[in-house]
Ligand binder design. Structure first.
Ligand SMILES: [Cu+2]
Length: 82
């Protein structure tokens, strides 16, 4: 569960390890309308102010992928698939 308030991210950005084939569900809530972008998984979704958005990804290609918002550009976390 990640919360975005203005330009603050809580908890602070960290790296989450994910095994190939493992699933990860992220829930993100922002206090303003924004876009959630999960690099490497090609997921881009609209965040509605105050509404939690849950996205489940499955580790596929090993690598480190950034999860970010675009308004403003914030890094929420990194997903390390290994
Ligand atoms: Cu992006």
């Amino acid at each position: 569960m990640v919360t975005v308030t203005g330009n603050k991210v809580s908890p602070p950005p960290a790296t989450v390890d994910l095994a190939v084939g493992e699933k990860l569900t992220l829930t993100v809530t922002s206090d303003h309308a924004d876009q959630l972008h999960i690099h490497g998984f090609e997921i881009e979704k609209d965040l509605v102010a105050g509404e939690p958005l849950s996205v489940t990804v499955t580790g596929d290609q090993p690598g480190v992928y950034e999860v970010e918002t675009h308004h403003p550009e914030l890094r929420l976390l990194k997903i390390a698939v290994k």
